[in-house]
Write a protein that binds this ligand. Structure first.
Ligand code: PEP
Ligand code: MN
Length: 338
């Protein structure tokens, strides 16, 4: 990093900053200009609190040289990562990965019906919430362990990979026993203890973008997971809060190109939560595939009108099938397969 000293910084102030940096393990290289002095500091900034230097007398600004997300960023890891989630399914390769299924697991008949349909249409991973992070405490909260068992049963019988959300550190071990991939929802993107606990399992993690998070905050959340060791993370753009009320959220299509430039991690899109309306899901899905997303996660329900959660944004199986067919030429046009 570079420490820029104020124009009127005294020799003593410059010396104090150098000494502080030195005590923190940095090598310092001051450049004394006619008006201002800047100090180049070489060392690992990740373990220090930069504000302890920025508040020192005579300091004007601190300019970081490296991105703060070292494991997630592309500076030290140039090649894009391919995240292998088992069963021959890989995010970030040539083949796009589609995850589909109901918002919530409601019962045996429902999850089987939807699972069979989405598999027949080409989805490789079945989604289904067992612990639902609902806005209201009075809304359906999910079947919890009973739901996990159903998901696991379907996984075995239909030979599908499964993903489900974990909302609490207390459930990480339980959910890991049943699910191939752990989903961290938008509301928990900055639940740092949860991120770390999921990272420790070494299971692949799908990290959704927070409702009001910047891309940098999202990448820092991924860094928490990755910093637990050899963790596999896939990012998911699911729309952010804006002033627009016509849709549930506003999908940030720019995030795909930005994330691909800043990070080596794969990124997929969730047009179901991103739009909140089944009528807009297919258009957004097509746009994200064209933009270079590595896959999609889509809510599908055989009876959306009676779904326990997120019915209005759930596609009927036949609409999902049409979407999958329509995506194939777009995938091909951008050098991918589906
Ligand atoms: C979900 O996938 O069902 C969900 C709750 O998504 P999000 O965390 O993006 O709101
Ligand atoms: Mn949902």
């Amino acid at each position: 990093m570079i420490i820029v000293m104020r124009a009127n910084a005294t020799k003593k102030e410059i010396q104090d900053v150098e000494e502080r940096l030195y005590s923190l393990g940095f090598k310092t290289h001051p450049i004394y200009g006619e008006v201002k002095t800047v100090i180049g500091a070489i060392g690992d900034k990740s373990s220090i609190d930069a504000s302890s230097i920025s508040h020192m007398p005579g300091v004007e600004a601190i300019v970081p040289i490296m991105k703060p997300y070292k494991l997630v960023g592309r500076e030290l890891h140039k090649e894009p990562s391919v995240v292998d989630v088992g069963g021959g399914v890989k995010f970030g390769g040539k083949e796009l990965v589609v995850i589909a299924g109901p918002c919530a697991i409601e019962g045996e008949e429902q999850i089987y019906k939807v699972a069979e349909a989405v598999k027949a249409s080409g989805a490789k991973i079945l989604r289904g919430g067992a612990f639902k992070p609902r806005t209201s405490p009075y809304s359906f909260q999910g079947l919890q362990e009973e739901g996990l068992k159903l998901l696991y049963q379907v996984k075995k019988e239909l030979d599908l990979l499964v993903i489900t959300e974990v909302v609490d550190t207390r459930d990480v071990e339980l959910v890991s026993r049943y699910s191939d991939i752990l989903q961290i929802g938008a509301r928990n993107m900055q639940n740092y203890r949860l991120l770390s606990e999921c990272g420790k399992t070494k299971k692949p993690v799908l990290l959704k973008r927070g409702l009001s998070s910047t891309i940098e905050e999202w990448l820092m959340a991924a860094e928490y997971i990755m910093s637990e060791g050899d963790s596999k993370v896939v990012l998911c753009e699911r729309g952010i809060r804006t002033f627009e009320t016509a849709t549930r959220n506003t999908m940030d299509i720019n995030a795909v190109a930005v994330v691909k430039e800043l990070s080596h991690l794969p990124i997929i899109a969730d047009p179901s939560h991103g739009t909140g309306n089944w009528r807009y899901v297919s258009a957004a899905a097509r746009a994200f595939v064209a933009a270079g997303a590595d896959g999609l996660i889509i809510e599908v329900h055989h009876d959306p009108q009676n779904a326990a959660s997120d019915g209005p944004q759930s596609l009927k199986p036949e609409v999902f099938d049409e979407l999958m067919q329509g995506l194939r030429p777009i995938a091909q046009a951008v050098g991918r397969t589906l």
